[in-house]
Write a protein that binds this ligand. Sequence first.
Ligand code: AMP
Length: 222
Amino acid sequence: MKNIIFISPPAAGKGTQSQMISEKYNIPHISMGSILRNEIKNFSEIGKRIKEEMTLGSLIEDSTIVELLIKRISNKDCEKGYILDGFPRNINQAYIYDKLLDKDNKKIDYIFYLNLDKEEAYKRIIGRLTCNDCQTVYNDMFENTKPKKIGICDKCNGLLIKRKDDSVKIFEKRYQTYLEETEPLIDYYRHQNNYYEIDSGLSKEYTFKQITNIIDNGDLND
Ligand code: AMP
């Protein structure tokens, strides 16, 4: 069983790493942000309710998030494990998730804290482009993360878009939300033996190497 969560400031790479882990270990990548963006795209009742808050960079209320999470992880494809990208995002969600897993005799196997300073996160947000279809992330500010064709996803030919919340103003709000709501999760989890701090300030390949070393060898180094 590989049940993985991330603690991560905005733009530290949890989406990219989740996708890479999903491809290597063949377990689903569950992006809470994508699930929410789809609700908005489909004009669902939930979508209409959350649209404004999400555009402003605030967290969506826990009961909605937990409802969507339970629905998704009850799918058969999650039986052998899954990667949660963007959940839990506050102490209450972490507490609810612990209880939920406990009830089914399950546990979190890996907690990865992606450590990235604010300046670097800011630089990554500004050039970030996301595929509208498969959610792959690119960055046209960095040579090695540019798409091959401008505006088109290398993987699925989908259209690359700038997320509404990837703006300078909303970044400040999202970062503040991270500090107030999500960063306290470090103290919540840090004493567990499945908690790992990952240096996310270099390349996505280096970040991934640290993660796979832990999953494959139980250690950050080869
Ligand atoms: P992300 O794609 O992970 O950057 O998430 C985008 C936005 O979705 C966040 O800024 C929040 O508004 C919302 N969101 C995603 N995950 C959660 C969560 N676990 N709890 C509350 N809001 C969330």
